[in-house]
Design a protein around this ligand. Structure first.
Ligand code: NDP
Ligand code: 8X3
Length: 252
C-alpha cells in the first residue's frame, strides 16, 4: 500500500512540482485546486507515468463548507493521509497600505490563513486516528521580514509561521510532525497572480536573479518527509544563492 499525500494548490508551481515528485516516488496523491481542467490533466499524466492512484478534488479552499464536505466524504481507502502539504496560497497586489484594496486583503487572509486552517482541521481526525502524520505549511521569507508594499501578504505569512508553531505544540501528543517551509523568490505563477496578469511586472521580479524553481521546493519537502520518524525539521528558510533575505538580493 502506497503512502498518501494530500497537496493543496496542485495546479501550478510548488504544488504541481510536489505532486510530480511524490508520484515519481510511489506515493498516492490527493490533489486540490480550483482549475479542474489542470487537475484532471495532471492526474491523468501521473497515473499513466507512475501507475499510482490519484484523487482530484476541485474546490476553493476559502469555502469552509466545501472543504469539510470534500474531506469528510473521502472514501475509506483515501482517509489514511500520511502527509498534508498546505501549499495553496497567493499574493494579490503590491501596494502601499493606504492604497491597497480591501478585497485583495480579504482574498489573501481567506486563502493563506483561513483556508490553510480549514483544511488542516478537516484532515487532522484521519491523522489522529492513524497515530501519525506530517503537515507542511508553505510560509515565506515574507513571514520572516516585512517588506514595503507587502503589508497583508507579509501578515498572512507571519501568521502561517505562528500557526505552524501552534500546531507543532498542540499536535505533539498525536505524533504529528509540522514543518514550515519559508521560500524566497521562486519563479512560478506567483508574480503573475500578484500583478494580476501583468507579465512584464512579474518578469521584473526575477531579472538579474537565478531564482528558485518549483522543483527545488518539491525536492526539499520530499527530503523532509523522508527523515526517520524521530526527526522533524521544524522551520526552514530557503532562498536562491543570490538572495539573503527579503531585503538583500545581489542582482546581476
Ligand atoms: P502558484 O501561483 O504557481 O500556485 C498557487 C497554487 O495555489 C495554485 O495551484 C492555485 O490553484 C492554488 N490556489 C490559490 N488560491 C486558491 C484557492 N482559493 N483555492 C484553492 N487553491 C488555490 O504559486 P506558488 O507555487 O509559487 O505558491 C505556492 C505557495 O508558496 C503559496 O502559498 C505562496 O504564497 C508560497 N510562496 C511562494 C513563493 C514564490 O516566490 N513563488 C515564495 C514563498 C512562498 P488554483 O488557482 O487552480 O485554485
Ligand atoms: C513570496 C516571496 O519575497 O515575494 O512569498 O514575498 S516574496
Amino acid at each position: 500500500m502506497n503512502k498518501i499525500v494530500l497537496i493543496t494548490g496542485a495546479t501550478s508551481g510548488f504544488g504541481k512540482a510536489c505532486a510530480e515528485k511524490f508520484a515519481a516516488n510511489h506515493y498516492d496523491l490527493i490533489v486540490t485546486g480550483r482549475r479542474n481542467d489542470r487537475l484532471h490533466e495532471l492526474s491523468e499524466a501521473l497515473r499513466e507515468a507512475h501507475g499510482i492512484r490519484v484523487l482530484s478534488l476541485n474546490f476553493d479552499i476559502r469555502d469552509k463548507n466545501a472543504v469539510n464536505a470534500q474531506i469528510n466524504a473521502l472514501p475509506k481507502e483515501w482517509q489514511p493521509i500520511d502527509i498534508l502539504i498546505n501549499n495553496a496560497g497567493l499574493a494579490v497586489g503590491r501596494d502601499n497600505f493606504e492604497e491597497a484594496s480591501i478585497d485583495d486583503w480579504d482574498t489573501m487572509v481567506d486563502t493563506n490563513l483561513k483556508g490553510l486552517a480549514y483544511i488542516t482541521k478537516a484532515v487532522l481526525p484521519y491523522m489522529i486516528e492513524a497515530g501519525s502524520g506530517h503537515i507542511f505549511n508553505l510560509g515565506s521569507i515574507s513571514g520572516k521580514e516585512v517588506y514595503a508594499q507587502g503589508n497583508m501578504y507579509c501578515a498572512t505569512k507571519h501568521a502561517v509561521g505562528a500557526l505552524s508553531e501552534a500546531m507543532r505544540i498542540e499536535l505533539l501528543k498525536y505524533n504529528i510532525k509540522v514543518t514550515a517551509i519559508h521560500p524566497g523568490a521562486a519563479e512560478t505563477e506567483f508574480s503573475n497572480v500578484r500583478f494580476k496578469g501583468d507579465a512584464a511586472k512579474a518578469a521584473k521580479v526575477y531579472e538579474g536573479l537565478q531564482p528558485l524553481v518549483a522543483e527545488d521546493i518539491a525536492d526539499i519537502i520530499y527530503y523532509c518527509a523522508g527523515l526517520p520518524p524521530h526527526v522533524c525539521i521544524n522551520d526552514l528558510v530557503v532562498t536562491c544563492t543570490q538572495q539573503a533575505n527579503s531585503f538583500y538580493s545581489f542582482k546581476k
